[in-house]
Every structure is written in C-alpha cells, then in structure tokens.
Design a protein around this ligand. Structure first.
Ligand code: F6R
Length: 617
C-alpha cells in the first residue's frame, strides 16, 4: 500500500528521503510528502509524481532527521491535504507518516474533535497525529510536553485499533525519529553515522544492506548513531541484524520472482484489510456505512444488477449466487460491453453494483452511465481511490488490496469476493433471511480465510509440480458447480492470460451438453470438488471425464479421503464451509496458472496484448 521512509543521519534528510521515495515509486502512489526536523518541523506535500514534491522543497533545506511517504489512497481521495505526513499543533509539534488502516478512526476523530482538535484531512492517519499530540501536550493548544514522544506514542497506540507502520517526529525532541509497527511491514537500515527506516528495503538499498526487521507491537527510536528497539512493555529488545542479498529488482518484489506471485501471497493481508472495521464477530453484525443505505431501504430492494468485465465479472457472478441464495434478492449480471447495447429493462427498486478493480474500465463506466441515466442508485466496488468510477457512482466500497502491479488480477479478485460476501450477508440480515447467530459463525469462518490461504501458500510446491507436469498440454478445462462455477471460469481465464494455453471453464453439469466432445486422452480437467451440496454430482462429472481417458486434477478438502479414488491429482485446501471455500479454491487455481506460465517461460507480469486497465471500448 503506502510507502513510508525515515532518515536520521549526517546528510540532508530531504535529499535522502526524496531518493528513497523514488525507489518506492514502483508500488504505485497518488501523492507524496516529507517532514524535516529542524528548529521546528517543516512539511511539504504534493499530488502526483515525486518530482512534483521535489519542486515544492526549498533548495538547501537543512535538517538531517526526517520522514517521508508515498500515498496510495484508502481513506479520502488523492489530494495534497490528504497526503502524508499529517501533523498536529500550531506551530507543528507532531508529524506522522503511516502505512496501514486505523479501524476505529471515526470514533477517535469524534472524540478528538470534541476535545478541540481540528481535522484538515479525510484520512484515518490524522487521528494518530492528534492523539499523539494529546498524549504528549495534553490539549490542542498545549505547548509544553508532558511526557516523552516514545511514552506518548505507547499510550496512544493503546487506543488505536487496526494496522500500522508509523514514523513520527516531535518538534521538542531533536535528533531522533520514532517508529511503531502492527500488521504492516517496517524495516530499519543500519548505516555508519546514519540510520534508515522504511516499509520496504528497496527504499534504502543504495545506502545499506544491514537491516533489522521490526515486529508487531515493537517501537523503535532512531538517531544518527543509535537504534533502540522496545517491546510492548517498553523493555529494550536485542534484535538480529540481517543482510539483504537481493538485488534491487528482487527487492521490489520482496524476493518473489514476479509481482503476480507476490500479490497472490498478499491476499493474506489484503483480505484482512478489506474486513478491517466492517465485521463484529461478537455481535454478528456487518457494518458497511459507505453503502449509505438504511435497513429499510435494503428491505425495499427488489433486484440487484451487477455490471463488470473479465475477472471482475467472475467475482460478480459469484455475487449473483450469494445475493440470491443468502438474501433472496433477484440478481442479474451483465458483461458491460453487452449491457449498454442490449436495451436493458430497469425496474424500480434496483440497486446497480459496478465491480472494477481499476475503476477506469471504459466498458464498465459506459454501462454505469447507462444505468444511472435511469436514476438507478449505483454502488461501485473498486480498488482505486479517486478513480473515475468513484466520482460517478452514488456510493463506493473499497477493496483495500493495495496496488496490484501484475496485469493478471489476483488479490483484487479475492477482495472483491470478500466485499460481495459481506454485502450479501448484510442484505440477508437486514431482510431477516439470516439470524445474527448464523452471521457470527459466518464471520468466524471469514476471519479464518487469511490464515487458511497462508496454509495453501505453504504447500505451493505441490501445485508447482502439478503445473510443470501439464505445462505442455494444448488444452485445459476447468469445471465447477454452484459457487465454484465462477471460480472455474476465473481459473481458466488466469491460465489463458498468462500461459497462453487454451483453457475453458464450464459449469460441470454443462459438460455433457457439448464440451465433452473436446476431451482427449490426457486432457487436463481441473475440477473443483470441495464438499457441499453438489459434491456427489461433481464426482459423477469426474467419472464422465475419466471415462474419456482425460486426466482429472481435483481441488478438494484436505480431509476428503474419497476423492483420491477418482482423481489423478488432488490439490488440497483446508476444510472450510461450502459458502466460503471459493475464496480458498481460487488461490490454488491462481498458483496453477502462475507455475504453468513459469514453466512455459511466459512474461507473467506483463502478458502479451493485455493492459492492466482497459480504458478503450
Ligand atoms: C484479468 C483481468 C481483466 C480485468 C478486466 C476488468 O486478470 O485483470 O479481465 O478483470 O479487464 O478490469 P477492471 O476490474 O479494472 O474493470
């Protein structure tokens, strides 16, 4: 997501920080900023490229302690005001850069506003600056520090829920910057007479390769000549110094060979971020305030119309199943390039949901404009804050997956699914179709998904071996039923996009209505055979495939003892409910596509003829 950097040394902090921010440009960002500690704190921010930020900084700006940030918006549109660092005090006493999401920022903002703190931005981060100020200076116009920055930070963190990597400056504590981490990456670089901090090592790889990784709940104090790390209770921690051997290109990908593989792994944290602040396991409730719909309005809905393209359309197709099965709402789904030309009938009580990771797909925008011309309320699900769709739709839910650089969508797909699950269950709750007790169980299951994805990733060698064995095939088929049908379509799309293999996804029951004619001896047929109401039917389909001498690669629960009798290869996922297992099965199919493309020597992150965002019709 965002990139943070910090510097304490003998050189000009502004120059080192600008260089470090440039090294983080590959992650994608919409604005940037720096704060330099001199006699006070000077802050400069700008939207767009780092060169724009550079242009705002006075030449020869002195100060050798500073912090910087590249922002990739999650709360509040891209703008200079929303760019970090965020500050508190007049004159500025505290400056903060943050990577992560503060889940309880609304409650903290209300409380701090009531205490007299004035908020300038729409971000969650600004609450940290004011909260810190409050703990250190007591009140908004407080001038005298009542405690040290580190003590104030530790106290403030007790009130914060969510994820953070923080770098903080305090005008009254010269010669140092302070760091904190929970659930967001943070690493310290050790130099001679200078020390660095960043959200990823690429930021300072030009200066040092000796690093200390900061762990959750640790805080740190950086000066030019010292690095001290503390545990949650404030006790000093001895930390191992590690040497980074990666070259710059490998470091950009955090050591992964491709962005796509990195992003497949990032699904663990991405889904966690999507859920942040939206679910209460204790109460069995789902909070989607961005939807701007009261329960009463949700009850009045008679139809949902989903609009999307490509992978986002596959997410939407699963959404259709969920809205109908869980909430009992009629749901249609259209491919956007078809929708606008097919004279759709739009009835009262329809909610349109446009799904687009980029928020810029021309066909999707055109379909949205079409449906909005009938005054149909429209909700956008997107990953890009400030994208065109967010300015046109009536309401927006963000996937918060962080920038996706690989052209093939992976983490944006699973986070789109996550939001669709939340929406469908929320609608079902409002319409009395599900009980809070059921929803509690659902939330417990959903919260387990990131950990279960990690288990799948831990066994990725099995998927790799399978991919290598079938990488020479001419055709690949993917079968799934019910909730797994959209996943079969997505598995086929991923494979064809990056490995250039011919791949088709089918509803398993459709096989005998035509596609079965394509099966030959050895044709790989990936079949999603997780436990559920159609399991036995899927086993019958597997037998049909086997009877044509094709090869079955089954995706199944790791507790399934039966499937091995029928399938040639079994790729397993941890047991999950029938409802949620698609979030796991898709990870296996993403890995299968990735390793097949790798074995075939394809250009994985930039497949031929494809663009990350399709802005033409
Ligand atoms: C596939 C893929 C595309 C996009 C499609 C829509 O990996 O990325 O199929 O899903 O071009 O893009 P968005 O979601 O940006 O509207």
């Amino acid at each position: 997501m965002c990139g943070i950097v910090g510097y304490a040394g003998e050189n000009s902090a502004a120059s080192v920080i600008i260089e470090s921010l440039k090294k983080l440009e590959y992650r994608g960002y919409d604005s940037a900023g720096i704060s330099i500690l001199g006699s006070g704190i000077d802050t400069y921010k700008s939207v767009g490229k780092i060169v724009n930020l550079e242009a705002t900084i006075p030449e020869g700006l002195s100060g050798n302690i500073g912090i910087g940030h590249t922002r990739w918006a999650t709360h509040g549109r891209p703008s200079t005001i929303n760019a970090h660092p965020h500050t508190s005090g007049n004159p500025c006493k505290i400056s903060v850069v943050h990577n992560g999401i503060i889940e309880n920022y609304m409650a903290l903002k209300e409380q701090l506003t009531a205490e007299g703190y004035e908020f300038k931005s729409e971000t969650d981060t600004e609450v940290i600056a004011h909260l810190l100020h409050k703990h250190i200076y007591g009140k908004p116009d407080g001038r005298e520090a009542k405690c040290e920055l580190l003590t104030g930070l530790r106290e403030a963190l007790k009130e914060i829920e969510g994820s953070y990597a923080l770098a903080v400056l305090c005008a009254d504590e010269q010669g140092k910057l302070v760091l904190a981490r929970k659930d967001s990456p943070l690493v310290i670089g050790l130099g001679k007479g200078e020390n660095f901090a960043a959200s990823d090592v690429t930021a300072f790889l030009n200066y040092t390769r000796d690093v200390i990784f900061v762990n959750d709940f640790e805080t740190a104090v950086l000066t030019p000549n010292s690095v001290e790390i503390f545990d949650r209770e404030g006790k000093v921690r001895e930390k191992k110094i590690e040497k980074i051997e990666w070259d710059f290109e490998a470091a950009e990908k955090a050591g992964y060979e491709h962005f796509m593989l990195k992003e497949i792994h990032e699904q663990v944290s991405a889904i966690h971020n999507t859920l942040a602040g939206k679910v209460s396991e204790l109460e069995g409730t789902i909070d989607l305030k961005e939807l701007n719909m009261a329960d009463e309005e949700i009850r009045k809905l008679s139809r949902v119309q989903i609009l999307a393209c490509g992978t986002s359309w596959h997410a939407g197709l699963l959404g259709k199943y969920l809205f109908e099965q869980l909430a009992g709402i009629h749901c249609d789904i259209d491919i956007c390039s078809e929708y606008r030309y097919r004279s759709p009938v739009i009835s009262d009580g329809t909610l349109a949901i446009a799904i687009t990771q980029s928020g810029e797909t021309a066909d999707t925008l055109a379909a949205v404009r079409e449906i909005m011309s009938y005054n149909c309320p429209t909700l956008a699900i997107t990953n890009v804050v400030g994208s065109t769709i967010t300015r046109e739709a009536n309401s927006v839910l963000y996937t918060r997956a962080g920038p996706e650089i690989g052209v093939a969508a992976t983490k944006t797909f699973s986070t789109q699914l996550t939001l669709l699950y939340l929406l469908a269950v929320k609608f079902a709750l409002s319409r009395g179709k599900l009980s809070p007790d059921y929803v509690k169980g659902f939330i417990t299951g959903l919260r387990k998904i990131p950990g279960q994805i990690q288990q799948i990733l831990n066994q990725k060698e099995a998927v790799k071996e399978c991919a290598e064995n079938f990488a020479h095939s001419d055709n690949y088929f993917f079968l799934g039923r019910n909730l797994n049908y959209p996943i079969a379509l997505e598995g086929a799309l991923k494979l064809k996009e990056i490995s250039y293999l011919h791949a088709e996804g089918f509803a398993a029951g459709e096989l005998k209505h035509g596609p079965i004619a394509l099966l030959e001896k050895g044709t790989p047929v990936v079949t999603i055979a997780t436990k559920g109401q159609t399991y036995d039917k899927v086993l019958s389909n597997i037998k049909e495939v086997k009877a044509r001498d094709a090869t079955v690669i089954a995706v199944a629960d790791n507790k399934d003892t039966e499937i091995g009798k029928y399938a040639d290869v079994v790729l397993t996922i941890p047991p999950s409910s029938e409802l949620l297992s698609p979030l796991l099965s898709v990870v296996v199919l993403q890995l299968l596509a990735y390793y097949t493309a790798l074995a075939r020597g394809c250009s994985i992150d930039k497949p031929r003829n494809l663009a990350k965002s399709v802005t033409v019709e």
